[in-house]
Design a protein around this ligand. Structure first.
Ligand code: ARG
Length: 469
């Protein structure tokens, strides 16, 4: 259904009576933002209601006009959300669509709404409200993923996995420790989003088109009513910057990058080569030709979508970099990157939480992997250092022992005490106690380490953090 505005043809968009003719249709397509800025509907209506109430409070419009405006705006919002009212691209954007329908519904009172306001401070306000709402939603989803990670970590405190550097088996750790590394990343991600919110929570209304307004408005009152914690301090800046969106997209891009790394682990772990994990069927796809296949498509897509989210940050920075003050229409191009970044991360967080909840680990295979590849060589070097040998010398001795073991095709614990003593007379029979995965891991009993005691304490700490509102 197309919105028609009888008797308002000369008011289409913001052209008013300044123009003798309409906009070229190709130009209109490029000019309109309604295809994406409909997402601002609720924020636009909230901002307009607060603005109208403030105008009445300050004696700029009548109480009655403000009330009719408030009711009218609620109705416009309901009509658009129910689909009863179609959005009209000829009206350019969500702001003009809402206002035009309001005027159609309530007449002259609606024509007063734009007093002491411009679309420039209006759109900046709407976008900030959008960022504040969506950022809070992202934080909730990050915490949901963190809960899923902690649940799986708790089930796998006693599962051991090779820890890697250079994707070569390095030292054993608890699987819980590996999973909780992602909790640490996600905790910083939510912190960055929260931080971006603090600077976003300044209300631009009152900045006008660029030079504020001559009307005696109450900026602080509107800001407080809309849930902002302060008002912006410079009208040119308030109407002309989108750094708050850059900050959120930056935090999103980093969070998506962390998800991408977790997704990559799932791809590796679920491969035949690793065989560490089986992904839940609900998060895998089949092949159209190879009946045996179960592919980790969702993990791959979370990884793949990271490129576009990083791209959104670059797009927005590039839009801003050469702009003179204050508002320029280029700023309309800041909206799509923001929406897509928010929506991509929100969807990816949900899918990753589901994948974490449904993944099954092959604990036997993981254990065997920790027992092959001389992962305990460092323990033997530590053993010698513990007995007074300089670590660098110990490192050399154990290197020679590993070489010997490789030549014989065995692990270090299959060498004899005589083999050990041939390299250093500091070795005693208790060296074999050190060649034990559980013991090796539990000796790493420092804050941030993988010992059982530390992991249990971490799980308790993270759980209580997640329970604190
Ligand atoms: N759709 C526009 C945007 O997103 C709204 C502001 C229009 N302002 C203007 N001076 N044309 O930037």
């Amino acid at each position: 259904m197309q919105l028609t505005l009888p008797g308002m043809a000369d008011m289409k968009g913001a052209r008013g009576r300044r123009f003798a003719s309409g906009l070229n249709p190709d130009a209109a397509d490029v000019n309109a933002s309604i295809n994406f800025d409909w997402r601002l509907l609720r924020h636009d209506v909230a901002g307009s209601k607060a603005h109208a109430r403030m105008l009445a409070r300050c004696g700029i419009i009548s109480q009655e006009d403000a009330e009719r405006t408030g009711e009218g705006l609620d109705r416009v919002c309901a009509e658009i959300e129910s689909g009863e009212l179609a959005l009209d691209p000829a009206l350019e954007d969500i702001h003009m669509n809402v206002e035009a329908r309001l005027i159609e519904l309530i007449g002259e009172a609606g024509q007063k709404l734009h007093t002491a306001r411009s679309r420039n401070d209006q759109v900046a306000t709407d976008m900030r409200l959008y960022v504040l709402t969506e950022a809070a939603g992202l934080i909730e989803r990050i915490d949901a993923l963190r809960r899923a990670l902690v649940d799986v970590a708790e089930r796998h405190i006693d599962t051991f996995i090779p820890g890697y550097t250079h994707l070569q088996r390095a030292q054993p750790v608890r699987l819980a420790h590996h999973l909780l590394a992602y909790d640490a990343m996600l905790t910083r991600d939510r912190g960055r989003i929260d931080d971006a919110m603090r600077r976003t929570a300044e209300c631009p209304l009152g900045a006008g088109a660029l030079a504020a307004t001559t009307f005696p408005i109450d900026r602080e009152g509107v800001a407080a009513e809309l849930g902002f914690s302060a008002v912006t301090r410079n009208s040119l800046d308030a109407a002309g910057d989108r750094d708050f969106a850059v900050e959120l997209i930056g935090a999103i891009a980093l969070c998506q990058t962390h998800l991408s790394r977790l997704a990559e682990e799932f791809v590796l772990w679920s491969s035949g080569e690793f065989g560490f994990a089986r992904l839940g069927e609900a998060y895998c796809s089949g092949s159209s030709i190879m009946p045996q296949k179960m592919n980790p498509d969702l993990a791959e897509l979370v990884r793949g979508k990271t490129g576009r989210v990083i791209g959104h940050w670059v797009s927005l920075m590039t839009v801003l970099k050469g702009l003179p003050l204050a508002y320029n229409k280029d700023l309309q191009e800041s909206q799509e990157p923001l929406y897509d970044a928010v929506e991509t991360l929100a969807a990816s967080l949900r899918v990753m939480a589901g994948m974490v909840e449904t993944v099954e680990f092959d604990t036997e295979r993981l254990r065997r992997a920790t027992e092959q590849g001389h992962l305990l060589a460092t323990e033997v070097a530590d053993y010698l250092a513990d007995r007074g040998l300089p670590f660098r010398e110990a490192h050399g001795i154990v290197g020679a022992l590993v070489r010997k073991a490789i030549e014989r095709g065995v692990e270090l614990d299959a060498l004899s005490l005589a083999d050990f003593r041939a390299e250093s007379d500091r070795f005693e029979s208790d060296v074999f106690d050190w060649l034990d995965v559980d013991r090796a891991v539990d000796r790493r009993d420092v804050i941030g380490g993988p010992s059982k005691r530390r992991i249990e304490a971490e799980i308790t700490r993270i759980r209580s953090e997640l329970e604190t509102p």
